[in-house]
Design a protein around this ligand. Structure first.
Ligand SMILES: [Zn+2]
Ligand SMILES: [Zn+2]
Length: 315
């Protein structure tokens, strides 16, 4: 009797331990990816990125990054084609109309909130780092079960929402500083160019903005590959929030926001230890498939996310 009771007690305690560890600790996903960085380059047309057969403005992507990763030739923003909506699709897996000045939170919970909640992560483990101050909205949502909860840390614009945009060079230095200091594992980055120069009707500035952000993406990849924390365990996506009007639509490259192919057709690059290399993928994909793929890699659920896992990337 006494021995049976003893064994039952041990079994009971063991069961409690197993159940509690499943709830609170990181469950291995079977993937090598432990960290994910999403770089959003604001507003280039596909015709000036991968859609330009000379790749004159994206030499780093074409020559250094493609051989180790994947490029999509049919990737789209299928929702509203302005900044806060495009970014919201990428972080929540839902297209929605949203105020574009930073005065409205996304409706649905983000990849950051789900990941932090699922694995009881510290807020310093996830970051939104943006040249555009208004993108601080990506850290929270209106859903009553999630509002004000499980948000990432933010470093947006001059000094947070309402303080104005800052230069991408400052954002790049901030990225490296935050990655080196806090070693975050889930990060979204926004570069304001080439969108800002595009709106200024400045073609040389617009194409220079594409080249500068191509260089930042490459330097970030180099940082990942040379950092002991990130090397071999980090997936990198480089994409856009929207494109710009085709020539002949409204004022062409200067503006964006409708459903023309120039506004919808954007670029996606995907690199990581679980992904194939050197593929140019023509399967149609869209922004909301990014968070679905992130949730698969990091092993959390997004019940309200509408996207699909981009299975063709995986080894
Ligand atoms: Zn934008
Ligand atoms: Zn358009």
């Amino acid at each position: 009797m006494r021995i049976n009771f003893h064994h039952n007690t041990i079994y009971f305690i063991f069961t409690i331990l197993v159940l509690s560890s499943c709830k609170n600790e990181l469950i291995p996903s079977g993937y090598k990816t432990k960290n994910i960085i999403v770089v959003v380059i604001d507003g280039p047309r596909y015709s000036e990125t991968w859609g330009d057969p000379t790749h004159q403005y994206i030499p780093r992507l074409a020559n250094q990054l493609l051989p180790v990763g994947n490029i999509y030739s049919n990737f789209y923003n299928n929702g509203p084609t302005y900044t806060n909506a495009g970014h919201t699709a990428i972080t929540t897996g839902n297209y929605q109309e949203i105020n574009n000045s930073g005065n409205e939170l996304p409706q649905n919970p983000s990849i950051f909130q789900h990941w932090i909640q699922t694995f009881s992560k510290d807020t310093l483990a996830a970051w939104v780092i943006a040249s555009k101050d208004k993108l601080e909205i990506l850290s929270d949502c209106l859903d009553v079960e999630w509002n004000g909860k499980h948000g990432p840390s933010t470093n947006c614009g001059v000094n947070g929402n309402g303080t104005g945009y800052r230069n991408d060079s400052i954002t790049y230095d901030t990225i490296i500083d935050i990655l080196s200091t806090h070693h975050p594992q889930l990060v979204l980055i926004n570069f304001r160019e080439p969108d800002s120069s595009g709106h200024g009707n400045n073609w040389p500035g617009y194409t220079q903005g594409i080249q500068d952000t191509d260089q930042y993406a490459f330097q970030l990849w180099q940082f990942i590959e040379n950092d002991s924390f990130y090397k071999g365990s980090t997936t990198l996506f480089v994409t856009n929030d929207h494109g710009r009007h085709l020539d002949g639509v409204a004022d062409g490259f200067v503006s964006h926001g409708d459903s023309c192919d120039g506004c919808r057709h954007i670029n996606l690059y995907a690199f990581g230890p679980d992904f194939k290399e050197g593929q140019i993928i023509d399967i149609p994909r869209e922004q909301i498939d990014i968070p679905a793929t992130i949730a698969e890699l990091l092993n959390f659920k997004m019940p309200k996310g509408k996207g699909e896992i981009m299975q063709e990337l995986f080894k």
